[in-house]
Design a protein around this ligand. Structure first.
Ligand SMILES: Cc1cc2nc3c(=O)[nH]c(=O)nc-3n(C[C@H](O)[C@H](O)[C@H](O)COP(=O)(O)OP(=O)(O)OC[C@H]3O[C@@H](n4cnc5c(N)ncnc54)[C@H](O)[C@@H]3O)c2cc1C
Length: 387
């Protein structure tokens, strides 16, 4: 791996953050939980598909209180905060757009806080994986209605809620939001906001809708509005059996057909993943495959024994360009078809798809929640700070 970081230093703000903020974070979280080495920073600047700017540090808070205090320190210093769960997305959602960024790895917030079979809910810290949650519920013969994406070995409850995840259980129960009862979110100033059932001063979070529900504001926000730290999900009896169907989409095939010659020449292949969603929706997700060099992300995340079986390819920039073009055309097609996208990140045409009044309200909310634009800048198409 090339760890040449020359040219990374970009200005007074970054130098200040490096010399003042990073030691403050280390004092708060412990040296082992503040990663500043080039290898770590490079890894955290990559998702399954691409790379962003290297953050100045990566922090791994071990409790909600630590995370809130660290957010407060980072934004008070004028640096950006980016949450990363299992890192299993591929739409640039947690890729920093400026070096003056601290990435928050939430995977140490992995406690199952409460399983309540009587009132049928489970409260977890948002860095828990779907696998760990399913394993914790199995002895109770209970399940969350939505019980995770295909990437749930590593993907977290917080990541799924931030992207409107769909898959296991979606056929009957819809996207992850529909299993949600309550959230606790750390806002840009480090304060903790409770939504849905968690907002009740007394009692248990068995029900989400009591007056206006603030939970929806934070689901599918890709981390633009805050960092989710605790979530409460509904429980149902584990069903005896599950069934699956598959679909294809002619208009999406046409996008690939338009580029058939280049795809053939560059060895780019594709398929589609699909599933029903809540009885009135169908997920169609294009999957694109091409020969290319491995990134630090793949070397780190994949099991070495599995990786050893895979062929090694040279860097393939022409193929990457065509893939970027395909992804853009598919995003345009979905927007033009009136589709709702999840895992929006910086890829899907969220702003361009919205009604003008809704967009104005969202912009006003973003300004209210994050006046300096420091909470995951660029994601959902919210502008980066102008400083
Ligand atoms: C092999 C594979 C299979 C997949 N299968 C599916 C599937 O079946 N269904 C599906 O929907 N997706 C799928 N995905 C995409 C992705 O894994 C899921 O969307 C997953 O839910 C992401 O969770 P994560 O914890 O990895 O989030 P990350 O990738 O770490 O982050 C995703 C986004 O959420 C934000 N974020 C993460 N945690 C928090 C938090 N606690 N608070 C605020 N913001 C946060 C990040 O900033 C980023 O914008 C798949 C990916 C792969 C590689």
């Amino acid at each position: 791996m090339n760890l040449d970081d020359t040219g990374e230093h970009s200005g007074v703000a970054v130098d200040h953050s490096r010399t003042v903020l990073t030691p403050q974070l280390a004092a708060l979280l412990g040296d082992a939980n503040v990663l500043t080495g080039a290898t770590s920073r490079r890894f955290y600047a990559q998702d399954v598909h691409g790379s962003g700017v290297l953050p100045l540090a990566v922090v791994r808070p071990g409790s909600v209180e630590e995370l809130a205090a660290a957010v407060q320190l980072v934004t008070a210093a004028g640096a950006a905060v980016v949450a990363r769960g299992g890192g299993m997305s591929y739409t640039d959602g947690y890729l920093p757009i400026s070096e003056n960024t601290v990435t928050f790895d939430t995977t140490r917030l992995n406690r199952i806080v409460e399983i309540n079979p009587r009132d049928r809910y489970v409260t977890v810290e948002c860095g828990v994986t779907w696998k760990a949650l399913a394993e914790a519920l199995a002895p109770h013969a209970l399940r969350t209605p939505y019980w995770g994406p295909l990437s749930g070995l590593r993907a977290t409850v917080g990541g799924a809620l931030s992207q409107g995840s769909i898959f296991l259980g979606s056929g009957l129960h819809g996207p992850v939001q529909e299993s949600l009862l309550a959230l606790e979110v750390v806002l840009a100033d480090g304060s903790l906001l409770k939504t849905g059932g968690a907002a009740l001063a007394q009692g248990v979070p068995f029900f989400r809708h009591f007056g206006p529900d603030l939970s929806s504001l934070f689901t599918g926000d890709c981390g633009a509005f805050g960092i989710k730290v605790r979530a409460t999900l509904r429980l149902i009896p584990a069903p005896a059996e599950s069934c699956y169907l598959s679909f294809s989409l002619a208009e999406a095939e046409a996008v690939f057909a338009r580029h058939a010659t280049e795809l053939e020449r560059l060895g780019i292949d594709h398929g589609f993943l699909s599933c029903t969603v809540g009885g009135n929706g169908v997920l169609v997700e294009p999957c694109i495959y091409w020969p290319d060099a491995r990134q630090a992300f793949h070397e780190t995340v994949l099991d070495p024994a599995y990786l050893a079986k895979l062929p090694v390819f040279a860097e393939n920039l022409p193929a990457r360009q065509v893939v970027a073009q395909l992804r853009g055309e598919l995003a345009d097609l979905f927007a033009a078809s009136g589709a709702a996208s999840f895992q929006i990140g910086k890829l899907y045409r969220y702003r361009a798809s919205l009604d003008a009044g809704t967009l104005a309200m969202l912009d006003a909310l973003k300004r209210q929640l994050d006046p300096r634009g420091l909470m995951n800048p660029g994601v959902l198409g919210f502008a980066a700070p102008t400083v």
